[in-house]
Ligand binder design. Structure first.
Ligand SMILES: *Cc1c(COP(=O)(O)O)cnc(C)c1O
Length: 380
């Protein structure tokens, strides 16, 4: 172990995520998967990639899966395959990771932001219709922190206005809306397999899922230099493929996803039971939802001081996200200016407590007391 990680290990009592523990737990399966790929001598676009596309789409209940290099590229290629381009508007949220919106801008289209529902932190479907213009082409709801968006209402609006829907499910592998897995509702679902996601590779990876054969084929061509057949390029694509090592690792890890999500839900239950709801705004799970707690996010005043104080006593928290996308420098001139009161208030108050399937119950309790002590020391 390097001296850097030693140092963080001993001053941090509770880390935010635990990938080394995960690897120690499933080392044999992972090592075997990697050896398989290395022994095959085939590293890009081979049997492991195809098998993982099949396994993951079977898990979700969609027809097609197209493995790509990252969640960001999944979103970019998804919009490309739908023909979204300059002059088009795409409605999405500002309370998300920036790359949801980057995908719109990279296609030359204009992102249009709507505010979020303060209960779920997801796109507020009741205000989407007011944002639709004759230029609107698509909606990108984001299943933020692992809670599903209200997909019945979103699909109904999209159908009424003839809009396409791309779900950003990068934080919601296995989450369900009314008993159906998210990613399978829209025209296209996009997933990131960044290492800390609920299902993560040991590097960058992502996937596009769809029931539409044309969109799947088009995405396959775009991810592979716009190639229609060997060395024939009818349009300009990109190089964005899932490599075989990541596919083999993801295939091995997919078998654990449901039990890992169950453990995340148990950790959430501990937080829910132990945290004083008068000190922090706690997340809720709507009756239609199965939440997979990619993050367990609470809302508190004096957030920045609380995070600092928790860090001082050795509990690592995250902030998702401190600056909403519509207030990022990159978007001040590209997106329509707008005020989003709920989004802006969440960005000031949100704090992500340590959360992973490998967080122990004792560590969760340590995080709870550190949070409560930090809050009361600040109010003294
Ligand atoms: C992680 C994430 C992405 C980007 O995925 P990468 O694989 O890191 O490119 C996009 N959207 C959301 C909501 C994410 O959480």
């Amino acid at each position: 172990m390097g001296s850097n990680s030693m140092k963080t290990e001993c001053c941090m009592r509770v880390r935010a995520a635990h990938l080394a523990r995960e690897y120690a737990d499933i080392k044999e399966e992972i090592d075997l998967a990697i050896e398989h790929v290395l022994g095959s001598g085939w590293h890009i676009m081979g049997e492991h990639g195809r098998r993982f596309e099949d396994d993951f789409t079977r898990y979700l209940g969609t027809r097609f899966g197209v493995g790509v290099n990252s969640g960001s590229d999944a979103l970019y290629i998804a919009l490309c395959s739908l023909g979204v381009r300059r002059g088009d508007e795409v409605i999405t949220v500002s309370e998300t990771f920036v790359s949801t919106v980057d995908a719109v801008a990279r296609n030359g289209a204009t992102p249009v932001f709507v505010d979020i529902d303060p209960r779920t932190y997801c796109m507020d479907s009741s205000i989407v219709e007011a944002a639709i213009t004759e230029r609107t082409r698509a909606l990108i709801p984001v299943h933020l922190y692992g809670h599903p968006c209200k997909m019945d209402e979103i699909m109904e609006i999209a159908n009424r206005h003839n809009l396409r829907v791309i779900e950003d499910a990068s934080q919601a592998h296995g989450a369900e809306f009314s008993g159906r897995k998210v990613g399978a509702f829209g025209d296209i679902g996009c997933f990131s397999f960044y290492p800390t996601k609920n299902l993560g590779a040991y590097g960058d990876s992502g996937m596009i899922v769809t029931n539409d054969e044309y969109l799947a084929e088009q995405s396959r061509r775009i991810r592979n230099y716009g190639q229609t057949s060997k060395y024939c390029h009818d349009f300009i694509g990109v190089n964005s493929r899932m490599d075989e090592i990541q596919a083999a690792i993801l295939g091995a890890k997919l078998r654990h996803l449901d039990s890992w999500n169950s453990r995340r839900r148990e950790v959430a239950k501990i937080y829910q039971a132990e945290l004083d709801a008068s000190l922090a705004h706690l997340p809720i799970e709507m009756s239609y939802a199965k939440h997979v707690y990619h993050q367990y996010v609470v809302g508190i005043e004096c957030r920045d001081q609380v995070v600092e104080e928790m860090k001082r006593v050795g509990v690592e928290c995250g902030i998702h996200y401190p600056i909403p996308v519509h207030l990022q420098k990159a978007y001040l001139s590209t997106a329509k200016p707008i005020t989003l009161p709920v989004t802006e208030s969440v960005s000031r108050t949100c704090i992500s407590l340590p959360m992973s399937p490998y967080l122990t119950s004792d560590e969760a309790l340590t995080a709870v007391s550190a949070l409560e002590e930090a809050i009361s020391s600040l109010s003294r």
